[in-house]
Ligand binder design. Structure first.
Ligand code: DX5
Ligand code: ZN
Length: 215
């Protein structure tokens, strides 16, 4: 079982981003190699975030993935590329054409992931799966950190795993020490973790998660 832990930052203001990124950089989280940065437009989800231009102002020495919880992701691709992102994850529930989005992201040499909400049917993923690198299973209703875990996401990960698709399976939302192992056993390759690592004692909780995963 090889599993990757990706810390997640969700910031509404530049000030908050600065604080979180500082905490991240000075902790062991930076040694994990990747960071997940959440973006929101107040349309697809009822919350708004900083822009990619803010991220660009604070260089960090890890790879960056963008989680676009936005209705119109197409117009974000260029800005994300300019801000040095390595992977872009957009929502299956977004309103732009997904194939066009995938092509636009790939043209800028970034990896592509597709996030799917719990109330969206997995069948909708099928025609897109061969063009994507990752499926990101949402284990919460997206928009905020620190929400309760939806246990059905475990069944969903198992189902995706059983499809034999050649994609990485990520999970995002309310991942912590009490469900990490179960999510990994269900088939998740990547655990995206926000508040448990960023809003609490980062170094201690990273250790707790590693222990829970027997790493
Ligand atoms: C939620 C975001 C998540 C969030 C995770 O809308 O997409 O990435 O930052 O935070 P926790 O782990 O606190 O749910
Ligand atoms: Zn996210």
């Amino acid at each position: 079982m090889s599993i990757q832990i990706i810390p997640a930052i969700l910031s509404q203001t530049e000030e908050q981003f600065k604080q979180d990124i500082e905490k991240f950089s000075h902790s062991k989280l930076a040694s994990l190699g990747w960071i997940h940065i959440d973006f929101m437009d107040d349309i697809l989800v009822p919350n708004k975030s900083i822009s990619p231009q803010v991220v660009k102002k604070y260089p960090i020495n890890v790879k960056k993935e963008a989680h676009l919880m936005v209705a119109y992701p197409l117009k974000w691709a260029e800005k994300l590329a300019k801000a040095g992102f390595n992977r872009v994850i957009f929502h299956l529930e977004a309103r732009d054409n997904p194939i066009q989005m995938i092509k636009t992201v790939r043209a800028r040499r970034m990896e592509v992931g597709i996030a799917i909400n719990m109330d969206t049917s997995l069948e909708k993923l099928e025609p897109l799966i061969k063009y994507t690198d990752e499926v990101l299973v949402m284990a919460i209703t997206p928009g905020f950190q620190g929400q309760p875990f939806i246990p059905e996401s475990i069944t969903r990960i198992k189902k995706i795993k059983s499809m034999g698709w050649k994609v990485q399976i990520g999970v995002d939302g309310a991942v912590r020490d009490n469900n990490a192992k179960q999510l990994a056993q269900a088939g998740a390759d990547r655990l995206t973790i926000g508040s448990f690592l960023i809003k609490e004692n980062s170094d201690r909780n990273l250790e707790v998660i590693m222990k829970a995963l027997n790493l």
